[in-house]
Design a protein around this ligand. Structure first.
Ligand SMILES: Cc1cc2nc3c(=O)[nH]c(=O)nc-3n(C[C@H](O)[C@H](O)[C@H](O)COP(=O)(O)OP(=O)(O)OC[C@H]3O[C@@H](n4cnc5c(N)ncnc54)[C@H](O)[C@@H]3O)c2cc1C
Length: 379
């Protein structure tokens, strides 16, 4: 057994932390207040090779492993979950789908500029009547001439209003059940495609979230990602194998909440001593750190399994489930340690507390993770 990160992983994590603290942290407050995603970060992230980091070098990617992707995401999550979510949706879901299943032409056309941060990607799966039950989606694609006509509505889509292209799931043949789902890449500006509405959330204020509308939207044949069927399996493969990255983002948030709580426990004096000297507070911090470390182990072990080419569906789900639930608990404890000040809008811990809940809902809710793990048990 070897629990050490490789030297290059440690150097990489340090460089991401420097970048995140220097370039992202100063933008957080304004981005959250204005509810505007700082899109100017995309080319900066691209220049450093931080976008779509697992993409091979032949497309301009860094060809990094999953452990590196988790380190990157943990550091981004530590600074701002809302901003981290935009990069993760761009890199780990949308473009990952194109990398694994797209044509060479699609990779050149979409992946290459996405890696550079010249184009922003989104992933359109969720609909008003289809969330956890992906197979119940209502968006349809019909063959029309040499291409397709797309109709439907997607909701709760990260990067919705800033995306230059979206990977969209739609039924091409409903009679085949979930096998009849196909994936398409739809470009901003395509007739009948509207990406107008920003949705307002109580957390992750800097993240761009919105709806996508497709009305008789003409798509060329080349917009099909892979074959005309099997889109459901493709989506599940991308989501299932990458869930530890969502866990890494939650670990980063919890780490930030914990650090803020330790600092406050050292500074805040009550009854003539720093509150950290009271066992009730010290034990809280000990429990928080223990839980963060446990989540971290699950995240990096599942990433390591992925990098070894070993099965990791249950492990990735466990990492996502435990880390995101842990982040909700730890950020709540951090707020508790801050007392009344924690409840104020200028306290950083209230943001961690609001943002943490996002993790237990997206990319498969906690209940769906338990479903996946129990199926892996064979139940
Ligand atoms: C900030 C944010 C960003 C998002 N970004 C994206 C994005 O970029 N792209 C995208 O496609 N989607 C995105 N989503 C949508 C997200 O993936 C869905 O919200 C999630 O999949 C859950 O679907 P739902 O909201 O429809 O809840 P539902 O599926 O309606 O679930 C409601 C409740 O029922 C439970 N439940 C459902 N089925 C079962 C079951 N079989 N067993 C037990 N419990 C069950 C759920 O766990 C949940 O508690 C985003 C959501 C948010 C909040």
């Amino acid at each position: 057994m070897d629990f050490d990160f490789r030297e290059e992983h440690l150097i990489f994590a340090r460089s991401v932390r420097d970048f995140a603290e220097r370039e992202i942290a100063p933008l957080v407050e304004e981005a959250e207040r204005k509810e505007e995603y700082p899109v100017e970060l995309f080319p900066k992230m691209g220049e450093l090779g931080y976008l779509c980091i697992m993409c091979p070098e032949e497309y301009g990617g860094a060809g990094a492993d999953r452990v590196s992707e988790c380190l990157l995401t943990e550091e981004l999550g530590r600074v701002c979950l809302g901003i981290a979510s935009g990069f993760l949706s761009h890199s780990s879901v949308s473009t990952a789908t194109l990398l694994h299943f797209g044509s060479e032409e699609q990779k050149r056309k979409y992946l290459v500029p996405a890696i550079k941060g010249e184009k922003v990607a989104a992933f359109g799966l969720t609909e008003p009547n289809a969330g956890s039950d992906v197979a119940s989606l209502e968006t349809t694609a019909k063959r029309a001439g040499d291409g397709y006509l797309l109709n439907g509505t997607k909701t709760l889509i990260t990067n919705a209003t800033i995306a230059d292209f979206v990977v969209v799931a739609a039924y091409l043949d409903k009679s085949k059940g979930s096998k009849g789902i196909a994936l398409f890449v739809v470009e901003r500006g395509t007739p009948g495609f509207a990406q107008p509405k920003k949705l307002h959330k109580f957390g992750m204020l800097s993240a761009d979230l919105g709806e996508l509308f497709f009305e008789d939207c003409p798509l060329p044949r080349e917009s099909l990602v892979g074959e005309e069927e099997g889109g459901f399996v493709k989506i599940m493969q991308v989501l299932n194998s990458g869930r530890m990255v969502v866990g890494a983002r939650a670990v980063g948030l919890a780490q930030a909440a914990y650090e803020a709580a330790v600092n406050y426990a050292r500074e805040r004096v009550q009854f003539g001593r720093p509150i950290g000297k009271f066992q009730a507070i010290a034990f809280k911090l000990a429990d928080m750190l223990t839980q963060i470390e446990a989540a971290r182990l699950l995240v990096y072990r599942s990433a390591w399994l992925y990098d070894q080419g070993r099965p990791c569906i249950a492990e990735a789900s466990m990492a996502k489930l435990f880390a995101t639930e842990m982040a909700v608990h730890v950020s709540g404890e951090a707020l508790q340690i801050h007392g009344g000040y924690g409840f104020m809008v200028d306290s950083p811990v209230q943001r961690y507390f609001r943002d943490a809940k996002f993790g237990t809902v997206v990319e498969g809710t906690s209940e769906i993770q338990r479903l996946i793990i129990s199926r892996q048990i064979g139940l």
